[in-house]
Design a protein around this ligand. Structure first.
Ligand SMILES: Cc1cc2nc3c(=O)[nH]c(=O)nc-3n(C[C@H](O)[C@H](O)[C@H](O)COP(=O)(O)OP(=O)(O)OC[C@H]3O[C@@H](n4cnc5c(N)ncnc54)[C@H](O)[C@@H]3O)c2cc1C
Length: 379
């Protein structure tokens, strides 16, 4: 083998590409990963680092999230990625939300979760406001710092498995057995294209067939005025009305109707609340959802205010300060949360088309590599 010949070539060094590189490398495959940017700069480094199980859509998505979270924990230990928070509190202020929590707990997805009163929930999240009547506690989630974790996973893949990374090389053509960048041709038995929301450069016809568009999210970092420790990530009623693992249940109809009525602006802007905490005590807070083929690049102050309004309804942290704003985008499709396509022999196009790629990546990588090389692991 030369440095231009590999078993598996992966396009994209976001979490989906890294997950495929890991699954292939564990089987002893010689792997190369290409990314057009100097370092991963897409959704995978802009998200909450919130590896979520509870609340994912029932069925395939929830199952993939469970498996991925288990692999995340193995990788975090091996690559020395700190797990900054464990678990989730979904704070509920409305009786309609409590009904959703009860229904969720009665479902298969509620295993290991429980409903807590205000006092018990406050042990996990001390600044919960007195408006919070109860909460869902899920123990299944973990939180990592994405902007460093993604880099650490890439470094780990190189150190442990000899995976080669070619940053700053955009792949402009893929054919069975070979791909081309401005620096020349690389040969590989199989090629897995994980382009995130750039679904127009490689195999645009396939992404068009799946109706892929893009979703823009507004995010911010807050600094509390005095130190606070959130043991878990935090979500709220708007999340119960949006995250499909809750919102798809028939018991969520009353909550959605109430939110549509009382929180019209938030709902129209796809606002719901996720709060995670970084090692320095600052909080990552979001988000909103606006859909377009080419979303505008501007952070709208009114949308940020809607997010902060929800934050203040749930968490009492007076004089918190916004220290950072950013925008992220991910691929989106109306009728599916992901697709894996075979545009030609030995080539796969893998795209997560909902906001759950960080949570489901490693199981998707395993699935693709098993489909290409068989289910027996050579790890
Ligand atoms: C603000 C925000 C918050 C989110 N919150 C969560 C969350 O809490 N939990 C969760 O599970 N998910 C969350 N998500 C979704 C999650 O981040 C994405 O689903 C996931 O990161 C997608 O990973 P990816 O590798 O497909 O895409 P990306 O991270 O976008 O990576 C794709 C990579 O491919 C490269 N690339 C594309 N085309 C080429 C080419 N032709 N040649 C070379 N390189 C190429 C790009 O440069 C890029 O680095 C969030 C997303 C955003 C934006």
């Amino acid at each position: 083998m030369t440095d231009r010949t590999f078993d598996v070539a992966v396009v994209g060094a976001g979490i989906i590409g890294l997950a495929h590189a890991l699954a292939a490398a564990k089987r002893g495959k010689r792997v190369v990963v290409f990314d057009r940017d100097a370092q991963a700069n897409g959704a995978s480094v802009r998200n909450f680092g919130f590896i979520t199980v509870s609340g994912q859509e029932a069925g395939d998505c929830w199952e993939k999230a469970r498996r991925s979270c288990a692999i995340w924990q193995e990788i975090a230990a091996a690559a020395r990625i700190p797990i900054l928070q464990r678990g989730l509190i979904v704070a509920a202020r409305y009786p309609e939300s409590e009904a959703v929590i009860d229904a969720f707990l009665a479902s298969e997805m509620g295993e290991g979760c429980q409903k807590l009163g205000h006092e018990e929930a406050s042990k996990y999240v001390p600044p919960l406001t007195s408006d919070v009547r109860c909460a869902l506690h899920s123990p299944h989630e973990i939180r990592v710092e994405s902007k460093t974790a993604i880099r650490q996973i890439a470094a780990f893949l190189t150190e442990r498995f000899g995976v080669v990374f070619r940053f700053g090389e955009a792949v402009r053509n893929v054919e069975t057995g070979r791909l081309a960048t401005a620096r020349g041709v690389t040969e590989a038995e199989t090629i897995v294209v994980c382009p995130g929301d750039d679904t127009r450069t490689l195999f645009p016809d396939r992404s068009l067939a799946y109706g892929v568009t893009r979703c823009k999210l507004q995010m911010m970092r807050l600094e509390p005025a005095s130190p606070v420790a959130l043991k878990t990530a935090v979500m709220s009623d708007l999340g119960l009305a949006r995250y499909r693992g809750y919102a798809d249940m028939s018991e969520a109809s009353a909550l959605k109707a109430r939110m549509d009525d009382e929180r019209r602006d938030a709902r129209a802007n796809g606002v719901h609340l996720i709060v995670t905490q970084s090692a320095d005590g600052s909080l990552v807070v979001g988000d909103s959802h606006h859909y377009a083929q080419t979303p505008d690049p501007f952070g709208n102050a009114k949308v940020n205010d809607l997010i902060l309004d929800e934050f203040d309804r749930v968490l009492s942290l007076p004089n918190r300060r916004v220290t950072e704003n950013w925008i992220g985008t991910y691929a989106s499709a109306d009728d599916r949360w992901r697709f894996t396509d075979t545009p030609m022999e030995g080539v796969r196009l893998v795209v997560v088309t909902a906001g759950c790629g960080a949570s489901t990546s490693f199981a998707i990588g395993e699935e693709t590599i098993a489909a290409l090389y068989g289910t027996q692991s050579g790890a």
